[in-house]
Ligand binder design. Structure first.
Ligand SMILES: [Zn+2]
Length: 131
């Protein structure tokens, strides 16, 4: 996105000149570049890894996704909780282990309704049988 008051940078054609993006943007995004350089120095990054690594919340080290690790192989911090840190996102929305907590009131209500219907039917048919 170009800002309206700033002219677009000159196009670069042919051999790599001063207008080539790698030179024209030399001093831009230094904070992001330093962040990625720091991430490249994290433990386990140079050794590579699987296609879907996780990263340690403490030391930024690579944690293999499969098989699931219980602790960081670099600093030993336990991998726990529902937050998993991947390269450029943190995954929080994993499915809960059980729906029982949300569903038990409906199950209890249905069981109570069944008991009430059973008692009502018993009273109705018992009364109807003796009359
Ligand atoms: Zn770690």
């Amino acid at each position: 996105m170009e800002t309206p008051d700033k002219p677009p940078p000159p196009k670069s054609f042919g051999n790599m000149g001063e207008n080539h993006w790698s030179r024209a943007r030399a001093d831009q995004n230094t904070e992001a570049l330093e962040y990625y350089r720091e991430r490249s120095r994290a433990p386990g990054v140079a050794e590579g890894g699987g296609p879907r690594n996780m990263y340690c919340m403490q030391c930024d080290g690579v944690i293999p996704f499969d098989p699931p690790a219980v602790a960081c192989p670099h600093c030993g911090t336990a991998v726990e909780g529902d937050a998993k840190r991947y390269f450029n996102w943190v995954e929080l929305d994993r499915a809960p282990r059980s729906d029982w907590k949300a569903l038990w009131p409906f199950v209890a209500g249905a069981a109570a309704l069944l008991v009430l219907l059973g008692v009502a039917a018993w009273i109705f048919f018992r009364g109807g049988g003796t009359a």
